[in-house]
Ligand binder design. Sequence first.
Ligand SMILES: [Zn+2]
Length: 412
Amino acid sequence: MSEPAGHRCRICTGTPVPVHSFGMQPIANAFRPAAVSAADTYRFELAVSVCPQCGTVQLIDQPDREQMFHGEYAFFTGTSRAMTEHFARFAAWVRDEHLRGDDPLVVEIGSNDGTLLANFQQWNIRHVGVEPSANVARAAQARGIPTEVRFFDADAARAIVATHGQASAFIAANVMCHIPYLHSVVEGIDLLLGEDGIVAFEDPYAGDVLAKGSYDQFYDEHVFLFSLHSVAAVFARHGFELVDVQPQMTHGGSMRYVLARTGKRTPTAAVREYLDREVAQRITDPARWKEFGRRCEASKQALVSLLRDLKAAGKTVAGYAATSKSTTILNYCGIGPDLIAFISDTTPIKHGTVTPGTGIPVVPRAAFGPPYPDYAVLFGWNHETEIRAKEQEFVAGGGRWIRFFPDVEIVS
Ligand SMILES: [Zn+2]
């Protein structure tokens, strides 16, 4: 039997409305040597839809998860100092605000190299990580953090409960928005958590994306772009409700969602406040997201014409930070080495590779300068403050940054 037109909502029974396509895209994190990259023809259409019934913003198609989370998964959380510090604050907040009872257990999914859980290890609070990428999971195990190498679902939850008992807190950072089969995760949470347990997770926030036009939050790994409305809809089906939300500056605008079993805790005023803001923003309205799509088109035209003008004027242009996010921008805009000569990045594993689908060489930070290029596109815009503080010499010598959100502009 053939599928009906449109795709089914991954959260409810609604039929999502397509709102914008970013064209054919490679795997965002597939930074590989030039010859390997050129031979890799894997592409999928990065197109976004919004479910009119539950309001969830989601990708229409997503590559197989085996394509994305494999043994060579390149991102180690511990390599980012800013993320390590952020996770230390997240862990301390969970400990101080939410761990109740004697001998609590904290479970983190997508626990990566154990950077967040290492805090609980230090405090002698019981903890278990669940991580499907074998190489990063091994790094966590090597530092003594109990880690199950698997995807989290009801079976994984049963296995953890059998060995460690029920959990007081289920946490995740930049993980939940990656999981297409979200209901099986929440079923697992329901089995895992004690009666008074809490769920706390952070993900890029739809409210920030709408406000800033930051479309680079869309790439293969991010199957969902959550709002309070959509998170509440997912969890309501399993007997949980939002009890707090806290906006975060990480990743260009994220939200920390806190949920508990319905009726167990009193929701904070922030929950009502942000729900009201989302209504004013029309965050669940497909028509609003189609307007967003038109803004993305305008942004693309502006960035490409700026880069072409600079090239015509004989200026040199580099990129700064070879992020997964930059893959969406480069492929959507069709920007290759003719417009951006190279991208510098501090991650050693990316050196000697090229950007997925667009072939721009990725080089170590030392190649950025001196001598510096005339302009640098700030792909790591969510770390702008940190980067600008570090690269004062570039600007002092006359170098200029190109920023693209909320508007394409040259800044000094
Ligand atoms: Zn839906």
